[in-house]
Design a binder for this molecule. Structure first.
Ligand code: PLP
Length: 391
């Protein structure tokens, strides 16, 4: 029964991404493990020859490409695969935090000329800090040209393909070889519920299946069907597929579609109220349901020179973040771009509404004002130095 539910669930996900019957996937403990699993299959599929013919030490280095905005678990996966972090090429991103395609091609060519073996490219569909989506379609074409595995890390963002507002942003995801995503993020499922999906599940099987005497099975005679332990690193596995499947059935695709759209609209609404507020600055236009901004009071202490103002704003926003988290009502996180510290919200809770965002901004403004005002009123050289060296 558990196997049937997980199979049905992944057939549904496969359809969602435009894939056919050969596609299947499995649930994992988290996207870190899901990324590792996908890249293990990629290494097996593309790199098998290189690794199986020589010892690891003498093999041609296998090279992995991702953007400088991709999640750290990609590097960790390379590390766990025994490839080493220095085989990960972090490709530069443009002003919208999307991987630059000319830089990707240059890096692949450079590696080929150096005698290295490129094997996989990772696109991110919803970067952690800014929600940007790499140019998936162009990446897929580059992978096709160079015979590379194309993996999409959609941990946070890819379920937004359900939303009419965002669907088109994912053009090209259907050309991936593997996709990872976290229903515990944007399908509102409780922790943990992560997924890895393969366009061709037989490639996962080729990478993971191991026959052992004590699990001998004559598949034909016993008519044994799918065994998910053949497709991934885990032997015993949990049944997180149940809660995902149950939730999808209970609410239906349309409800998910509407709610994810609502989250995106809320992030845009939040960006508007931030822009309209004289003491806040929208630092990055919202992407998907992420919005980055900072508190920037109109009046700052006279002690702060022009040169120090950016540093002061960083420290003030760090203090504001911590104080707001301690307040306990809201839990903003942070982002950093070229030394600029920002506050970040990521709306993936189905009960968030516009009124919460208004209350949140009001709270930030109140705490921010108190922090800034106490700096203005109690200013002394010493206190001034203290805040500049905070964090
Ligand atoms: C793009 C991306 N990949 C991977 C991960 C890791 O996911 P998990 O916490 O499920 O391991 C995250 C987490 O935020 C993420 O945003």
């Amino acid at each position: 029964m558990a196997v049937e539910i997980e199979t049905k669930l992944f057939q549904w996900f496969a359809q969602l991404f435009g894939w056919t019957e050969s596609a299947l996937g499995l649930t994992m403990a988290g996207d870190a493990l899901a990324n590792f699993t996908a890249l293990k299959v990629a290494r097996h599929h593309i790199g098998e020859m290189h690794l199986s013919q020589k010892s690891l030490g003498n093999a041609v280095p296998l090279i992995l490409y991702c953007s400088d905005r991709s999640h750290v678990t990609i590097e960790r996966a390379a590390n766990m695969l025994g490839l080493g972090i220095n085989t990960v090429r972090k490709i530069e991103t443009d002003e919208n935090f999307k991987m630059k395609m000319d830089k990707l091609v240059e890096a692949i060519e450079r590696d080929k000329n150096a005698g290295n073996q490129p094997f996989a490219v990772v696109g991110t569909a919803g970067t952690t800090s800014f929600g940007s989506i790499d140019p998936l379609f162009e990446m897929a074409n580059i992978c096709k040209k160079y015979h590379l595995w194309f993996h999409v890390d959609g941990a946070y963002g890819s379920m937004a393909i359900l939303s009419k507002l965002a669907k088109d942003l994912f053009k090209g995801i259907e050309l991936a070889d593997s996709i990872t995503f976290d229903p515990h993020k944007w399908l509102y499922i409780s922790q943990s519920a992560s997924c890895v999906l393969f366009r061709n599940i037989s490639q996962a099987e080729a990478s993971f299946v191991i026959d052992d005497d004590y699990v001998y099975k004559d598949k034909e005679e016993t008519k044994t069907g799918i065994d998910f332990s053949d497709y991934g690193p885990q032997w015993s596995r949990g049944f997180s597929a149940l809660k995902i499947w149950f939730s999808l059935i209970a609410h239906g695709k349309e409800a998910y579609s509407e709610r994810i759209s609502q989250d995106i609209l809320l992030a845009r609404y939040f960006a508007e109220i931030v822009q309209a507020h004289p003491d806040f600055e929208l630092t990055i236009a919202p992407n998907l349901s992420i919005c980055c901004f900072r508190y920037k009071p109109q009046k700052m202490s006279d002690f702060i020179s022009e040169d120090e103002s950016e540093l002061y704003l960083n420290q003030l926003n760090k203090k504001l973040l911590t104080a707001t988290q301690f307040n306990g009502r809201f839990f903003p996180s942070s982002a950093n771009l070229n030394g600029k510290f920002m506050l970040r919200i990521c709306i993936v809770n189905f009960s968030t509404e516009a009124s919460h965002l208004l209350d949140f901004l009001h709270l930030l403004s109140t705490i921010g004002h108190e922090l800034n005002q106490s700096h203005i009123e109690n200013q002394s050289e010493e206190q001034h130095k203290n805040i500049l060296s905070y964090g």
